[in-house]
Design a protein around this ligand. Structure first.
Ligand SMILES: NC(=O)c1ccc[n+]([C@@H]2O[C@H](COP(=O)([O-])OP(=O)(O)OC[C@H]3O[C@@H](n4cnc5c(N)ncnc54)[C@H](OP(=O)(O)O)[C@@H]3O)[C@@H](O)[C@H]2O)c1
Length: 332
């Protein structure tokens, strides 16, 4: 398994991790998928992939329980990353807000440890920055978890370069998790990737397959189950869907020329953006995991990277990557 160093001096972790969110949440997951999801986690560990990415909000809570069940008896093979800090709005539970209060950091960690059935979380992220709590206070509480042996490494998700810099002054931050893919190139344009390089922080690319779209497998909004989150996500609705489909056709064509799948091309592009980048594509199916791991063997030359950059300028995708209030919670 190809590995990359987590943070400045952290452990070597698999260059591709496994995003576990869709096994329980967001993408139309059903209870019937759980067996294959657990088999997929086992298969990942068998193949030497160790980074398993979850969060307390996925489900909520059921995804951590599922990951916990899957790693029972195999704890040492897994590198468990989970997150805290996205909570229901107190008066409108359909909306989400960030909570970075120190007491909440502590109680969330204990609850995640219990659901995962482990003594120590390998990488603990603040899922979204809470603008009402100084980052120093939140990271200070996270640092206490490291001192207490409950957490090994700290991370932030969707924090700006400036916030990351402040956080690093309190405690080393090993990873910044952000959406990063051919159609979401924000970390390159907003200084996040540069800040990671300067501060010795890994950039963990989530939704590297564009929530499945860049694989070419999604041909129509009708492909989504009734409860699928993407039905209401700006890039997947109306005209945006059709316009974005044209982009995907170009990925399919380049992938065909290269002799790989569109998913492999999309992942190879992410990994080619720098040695500090780790990608965590999500799948609940073993066959797709194998396909995605094949991206590790796809080498993109300068001309191919240039062609992909030309196909996907920063504003190429039609539609924002999040709707409404969730968009305001990123990069703060
Ligand atoms: N920090 C954050 O705020 C944040 C936000 C979103 C996600 N994440 C994390 O990042 C992980 C990955 O992101 P993501 O799941 O949103 O998006 P993604 O990895 O870009 O795409 C996942 C989707 O692609 C499909 N897929 C995967 N491999 C495929 C292949 N080879 N061919 C066709 N379809 C394929 C999956 O379906 P199947 O499962 O059916 O294969 C799933 O619907 C999540 O699981 C989660 O852990 C973090």
């Amino acid at each position: 398994m190809q590995t990359r160093t987590l943070g400045k001096n952290g452990p070597a972790v698999s260059a591709l991790g496994l995003g576990c969110m869709g096994m329980s949440w967001a993408y139309g997951a059903t209870a019937a998928d759980a067996d294959e999801a657990i088999a997929t986690i086992h298969h990942a560990l068998d193949r030497g992939l160790n980074v398993l990415d979850t969060a307390d909000v996925y489900g909520p809570h059921t995804n951590e329980e599922l990951v916990g069940k899957a790693i029972r008896g195999r704890r040492e093979q897994a590198f468990i990353a989970t997150k805290f800090g996205i909570v229901p709005h107190p008066t409108d539970p359909a909306q989400r807000v960030a909570n970075g209060r120190p007491d909440y950091v502590r109680s969330s960690c204990d609850a995640s440890l219990k659901r995962l059935g482990i003594d120590t979380i390998d990488l603990y992220y603040q899922h979204r920055v809470d603008i009402n709590v100084p980052i120093e206070d939140t990271v200070g509480a996270m640092a206490e978890l490291v001192a207490a042996g409950k957490v090994r490494h700290l991370g932030l998700s969707e924090a700006s370069g400036a916030t990351l810099e402040r956080a690093c002054k309190v405690h080393p931050i090993a990873a910044l998790q952000s959406e990063f893919s051919l159609w979401t190139r924000d970390p390159q344009g907003n200084g996040m990737l540069d800040a990671c390089r300067r501060l010795g922080v890994s950039l963990v690319a989530y939704s590297p397959l564009g929530r499945g779209f860049l694989t070419g497998a999604i041909r129509s909004p009708d492909d989504f189950d009734a409860g699928d989150y993407r039905r209401g996500s700006p890039r997947f609705v109306g005209d945006n869907f059709s316009r974005n489909l044209q982009l995907v056709e170009q990925v399919r064509s380049l992938a065909a020329d290269k002799g790989c799948s569109p998913a492999q091309l999309a992942l190879a592009w992410v990994l080619a953006q720098g040695e500090e980048v780790i990608a965590i594509p999500g799948t609940k199916q073993r066959s797709r995991l194998d396909e995605n791991l094949g991206a590790l063997d796809v080498r993109l030359g300068a001309a191919e990277l240039k062609a992909l950059d030309a196909m996907f300028p920063p504003d190429a995708a039609a539609g924002e990557r999040y709707a409404g209030a969730m968009m305001h919670m990123v990069n703060v």
